[in-house]
Ligand binder design. Sequence first.
Ligand SMILES: [Zn+2]
Ligand SMILES: [Zn+2]
Length: 347
Amino acid sequence: MVETMRAQRFYADTKEIAVEDVPIPELGQGEVLVKVAFCGICHSDLSLINGTFPSQRAVVTQGHEASGTVAALGPGVTGWAEGDRVVVAAGRPCLECVNCRRGDVSNCLQIRLMAFAYDGAWAEYTVAQAFGLTRIPDNVSLEQAAILADAVSTPFGAVVRTGKVGIGESVGVWGVGGLGTHVVQLARLVGAAPIIAVDVKPAVLDRALAVGADFAFDARDDALHDKIRDATGGRQLDVAFDAVGLKSTFEQALGNLTVGGRLVGIGMSADAPSIGSTAMFNLFKWQALGHLGYQNADIGTLAALVSMGRLDLSRSISDIVPLEDVARGIEKLDKADGDPIRILVQP
Ligand SMILES: [Zn+2]
Ligand SMILES: [Zn+2]
């Protein structure tokens, strides 16, 4: 008898989701079975459901921001024990492409993304490579640990690696939801000043001020450019983060850069923004930088920062839904009902 578990399943042809009984997966070489504690609902999960992202499999279990405990070890796994508290990496390097072969696994050319290329963690159990597990300190809750796997680590990668935000640099953040909130917090942690949040919802702007923004402005304000100029002593922004990914947010963020400023694109949509004329783009020496993801080691760094009280994620969990109600959680995020930072699924 094959043992079964409850798991959400997304069907590519009908775009329908269901919670079903599926076999508990068998473990291969180097793999670990993780009993899922919590798994976040991310906008990229919505993008698979609404067709913005192409389906890679006919049916897949979604969810790629998971925390849990080690339930079983596959062949060849050492250094882990049943019950260890872990976060699961949201992608698997191929270990075969030219970048992987030179040790640059975080720039794998054929990275397989969890919940797209293989089954994710809106399920009682998920399979992880031992290679990609991060141990979570006892004083970090598994709720907060779950969102380290994307909602906090992707902003970390954007602030630290792609944006290379330095102490005293002026930063703007367009869209202060699940990603943008953490961009604000991490920009604060690395010493950016001032930090300017831009959104369209008053409640979201107030929240951005509460987590560390120095100013919060409405994106629709005709005087936005002047307000950012005044807030930055006439300089405009060294780094602008577009956590929304619309044509309007991308272009507005770009247009508020100082000479030599960097735009970091994090949010994704099907929109195709313009950088304006090459003459102006070059004259202002602007940089427009695409960003995706993080390095696996970043999860451990963030877990340590939370553990040591340097990074407060206590506001970041907006709601928790049981696995059977995952559709309700998805709808709530889709409609921005309650302006969630992160909604978690609890199997
Ligand atoms: Zn995600
Ligand atoms: Zn590779």
